[in-house]
Design a protein around this ligand. Structure first.
Ligand code: KIV
Length: 252
C-alpha cells in the first residue's frame, strides 16, 4: 500500500505496533526491488555523495545530482512514497529554497523533500513550501550538511542546552508543517521524549529504538562498500564480499 502524507502524519509506532521503515536508495534497479517490497518510505539521501560518488561530505552534492538520482529512483519505485534531500546551500535563502525545491519536486516526480535544520529560518521555508504544496520532512540532531559548524559527527542532546534546543526544534518543525522528522544521532532517552511529545512520526537513525520509524542507508544495511558500516547498523549480509568473490571466480 502506498503511503501518503495524511497516513504518515498520524503514524505513531505505539498504536501501529510496528516502526515505519525507511531506506535510502539511489538507483533504478534497487528502486524496482524496493518497490516490490513492503518497505514504507524511500529516501534519496544526499548520502549519495558519500556512498555512490565517493565524496568526503554531503556538502559537495548539488541540486542537479539530487534531481538525476531522484528521477532514477522514482522511475523504479512508482508505488512508493519517495522523499529527496535538498542538498547543501540550495535553501540558504527563501528564493533559493523555492527555486530548488520546485525543480527537484517537479523534475523528479518524488512525493516530498527533506531539509536539515529548524529555526528560525528553515521553519519559515518549510511553512512556505507546504503552502505551495511541497511536503517537507524535517531533520535535526546530527545534520551532516553542518558537520563543520557542528564540529564533527557525534551524539546530540547529551547536555541540558542541547536537549532543550532539540525539543524546541522538533516542536517548531511540527508547527511549521513537517509531516515527519528525522532524528539523527539524538541521545536515546531524548529521542523517546521527542517521539512522545510530537503528533507527527519521528524517524531515527543512531537514536535508539524508541522512535516511530527507523531509517538506514541501504549501502550500510547490505554492506555494499569496502569499509564496515557505522556501529549502530547491523548489516544483514556482506554484498561487497559476495561480489568480490564472484568477480575473482570469473577472472580465474
Ligand atoms: O542522506 C541521508 O542518507 C540521510 C539519512 C541518513 C537520514 O539524510
Amino acid at each position: 500500500m502506498k503511503l501518503d502524507t495524511r497516513k504518515i502524519r498520524t503514524y505513531k509506532k505505539k498504536s501501529a505496533k510496528k516502526p515505519l521503515q525507511m531506506l535510502t536508495c539511489y538507483d533504478f534497479q534497487t528502486a524496482q526491488l524496493l518497490n516490490d517490497s513492503s518497505l514504507d518510505l524511500i529516501l534519496v539521501g544526499d548520502s549519495v555523495g558519500n556512498v555512490v560518488l565517493g565524496y568526503d561530505h554531503t556538502i559537495q552534492v548539488d541540486i542537479e545530482t539530487m534531481i538525476l538520482f531522484s528521477k532514477a529512483v522514482k522511475k523504479g519505485a512508482p508505488d512508493k512514497f519517495v522523499i529527496g534531500d535538498l542538498p547543501f546551500g540550495t535553501y540558504a535563502t527563501m528564493d533559493l529554497a523555492l527555486k530548488n525545491s520546485i525543480n527537484l519536486f517537479q523534475q523528479s516526480g518524488i512525493e516530498a523533500i527533506k531539509l536539515e535544520g529548524a529555526f528560525p529560518f528553515e521553519c519559515e521555508i518549510i511553512e512556505r513550501l507546504t503552502q505551495i504544496g511541497i511536503p517537507v520532512m524535517g531533520h535535526i540532531g546530527l545534520t551532516p550538511q553542518s558537520v563543520h559548524e557542528q564540529g564533527g559527527y557525534y551524539t546530540h542532546g547529551k547536555d541540558q542546552v542541547s536537549m532543550t534546543r532539540l525539543m524546541k526544534e522538533a516542536l517548531a518543525l511540527e508547527k511549521a508543517g513537517c509531516f515527519a522528522v528525522v532524528l539523527e544521532f539524538v541521545e536515546e532517552s531524548l529521542a523517546k521524549k521527542i517521539t512522545e511529545k510530537l503528533s507527527i512520526p519521528t524517524i531515527g537513525i543512531g537514536s535508539g529504538k524508541n522512535t516511530d520509524g527507523q531509517v538506514l542507508v541501504i549501502n550500510d544495511l547490505l554492506h555494499l562498500g569496502k569499509k564496515d558500516p557505522p556501529k549502530f547498523c547491523k548489516p544483514i549480509g556482506n554484498i561487497y564480499e559476495i561480489k568480490a568473490k564472484l568477480i575473482s571466480e570469473y577472472l580465474k
